[in-house]
Design a protein around this ligand. Structure first.
Ligand SMILES: *Cc1c(COP(=O)(O)O)cnc(C)c1O
Length: 527
């Protein structure tokens, strides 16, 4: 079905035999349909009625805009309703349980928000003279102190804007250190189970990515690792706890081995939540590790919000840290912004300004409100909750690796074999149950992987209900009700989307004169 704009009309949540339940408007109670904002626009409609401006002489030298840029004309309530409606069709950690493995979707305490909005913090400008932002620089310095203390590392680069950006920072520091030594090395070793950003980072820095297989117990294969080591290895990128939710037990040995051939040890610290206050990466021989403030330290993420990925560095890599950084001199705090003096070996600048200030404030508020004992309890409760789920499902789902997990429980899809239901179908049915699905098909080393990370901020009641819902769905899938799954989600604002089509033929621009060609999506097309 195509509507008059050439876009497919949305199948409603009501199944076919029940068309009498369709509404006139397409709305379903609180679930309100709305056209694209461009379709709502009416030429000449305005939100704010302002007097015509005084004519001014243009100083743009002829580059000023000549025509309309095609923004819709809307009233203020239309704009407001549009975005409020869209926000209500989104799932969020503030709406419900969000067990998206590896992403640490924990509650964002509201005290953090309050602090971030304090006058003097919320209205800072990055170009203010440092003499007027001494308090802000002290805050960055205090956060740096906490991060160094928690990780047992001597230095930290604060400017990277996300985990992946932190990886880039770490590998650029590794490359700069080799270059300073007059060496150019060719390979970086990365375990097969690694997050995709690890090999992507190594490749972006010009290294050949050499994948190391996993052992049967889900840890990196030490023999294969030893075989691959050589004088052309720039470093290893290892995640601990790894992406299978397991602690890499030989990590000290791995550090020694890579150091022996003159390489560096990059640790992907996205899973720091599991070991906070229990293990210090600095004691494990790590040279560089990013910390996702938006995971471990609760700053909001998802939906493209700002992340923050400070990178702790060893003595060996600290001289190559990016500028700018905060120093503490006789006249208070200062910023080193140029490659001179202490920063002469810096590999340069990663982004404009000094880092994600709003995230720094939230993260420090989170740390200070928990205190050292509270931070340690975070890790303990995160691991406890993950194991509660693991045990609650272990007679229904198969764990590819034996024993206790860390902060996330990993299952494969062997239970679903022969049912016609895939991990993806199960995930769609979870949406109907009101859950954000777990991470699927990652890590790649596990067939049909389901990676469930509850985090410490969920109660036992929430976990029990989730386990109950999963058991119910798995019983349904294994007793011949596969049709239910193939047509899920039934109750979401949108039904099964053509994800392949969306990725291959994305329509990124609204063209009023040329209707978008879209075939109605067969439900089985998503993959
Ligand atoms: C989230 C994550 C990353 C990337 O972090 P971003 O902040 O999303 O860039 C890297 N590695 C692992 C294991 C992760 O979970």
């Amino acid at each position: 079905m195509l509507n008059n704009k050439g876009r497919p009309t949305q199948p409603t949540a009501v199944s076919e035999g029940e068309t009498s339940l369709k509404t006139y408007t397409g709305n379903k109670g609180l679930d309100l349909e709305s056209p694209l904002i461009f379709e709502q626009g009416v030429p000449g409609r305005i939100g704010v009625d302002m007097a015509d401006p005084q004519p001014v002489k243009s100083r743009l030298g002829g580059i000023e805009r000549k025509g309309s840029i095609g923004l819709p004309d809307l009233s203020e309530p239309q704009v407001l309703r549009h975005f409020v409606r869209l926000s209500r069709q989104n799932y969020a950690i503030d709406a419900g349980f969000y067990p998206l493995g590896s992403c640490t979707m924990k509650h964002n305490p509201r005290i953090n928000e309050k602090v971030a909005r304090l006058a003097g913090l919320g209205d800072l400008h990055p170009m203010q003279p440092t003499s007027t932002v001494q308090g802000a620089l002290e805050l960055v310095d205090s956060l740096a102190h906490w991060l160094k203390t928690i990780t047992g590392m001597p230095a930290v680069a604060m400017s990277p804007a996300a985990g992946a950006h932190g990886e880039l920072c770490g590998v650029m520091a590794i490359r700069a250190a080799h270059e300073a030594n007059g060496e150019s090395r060719a390979r970086i070793l990365v375990p097969e189970s690694a997050h995709g950003t690890n090999p992507a980072t190594a490749a972006l820095c010009g290294y050949k990515v050499d994948a190391v297989p996993a052992r049967k117990d889900g840890r990196m294969d030490l023999d294969a690792f030893a075989d691959k080591l050589g004088p052309d290895v720039a470093g290893v990128m290892l995640t601990n706890p790894n992406t299978c939710g397991l602690f890499e037990t030989d990590v000290k040995k791995i550090a020694d081995m890579v150091h022996e051939v003159g390489g560096y040890f990059y640790c992907d610290g996205a899973n720091l939540n599991a070991i906070l206050g229990r293990v210090r990466p600095g004691d494990l021989g790590v040279d560089a590790m990013h910390i996702n403030l938006h995971k471990t330290f609760s700053t909001p993420h998802g939906g493209g919000g700002p992340g923050s990925g400070p990178v702790v560095l060893s003595e060996a890599l600290a001289p190559f840290a990016p500028i700018p950084f905060v120093t503490h001199g006789e006249n208070g705090f200062d910023l080193v912004e140029q490659k001179s003096g202490a920063a002469v070996q810096s590999f340069g600048r990663m982004k404009g300004y000094h880092g994600q200030m709003g995230m720094f404030i939230r993260a420090l508020a989170y740390m200070q409100s928990h205190g050292a004992d509270g931070l340690r309890q975070i890790a303990e409760d995160a691991v406890l909750n993950a194991n509660y789920i693991r045990v609650g499902l272990d007679d229904k789902l198969h764990s590819p690796f034996e024993g206790i997990c860390m902060h996330e429980a990993l299952f494969d899809d062997s239970t679903l074999k022969g049912t016609g239901v895939t991990t993806l179908d199960l995930a769609k049915a979870m949406i109907d149950e009101g859950y954000h699905p777990m991470t699927m098909y990652f890590p790649l080393v596990v067939h049909g992987a389901m990676l469930i990370e509850p985090t410490e901020s969920e109660s036992r009641q929430t976990l029990d209900q989730f386990i109950g819902a999963m058991r119910h769905l798995l019983d349904k899938a294994t007793t011949g009700e596969s049709d239910y799954f193939l047509s899920a989600p039934h109750f979401a604002p949108r039904r099964r989307l053509d994800e392949t089509g969306a990725a291959r033929n994305p329509v990124l621009r609204w063209l009023p004169s040329a209707p978008v060609e879209t075939e109605e999506t067969p439900l089985s097309a998503a993959s």
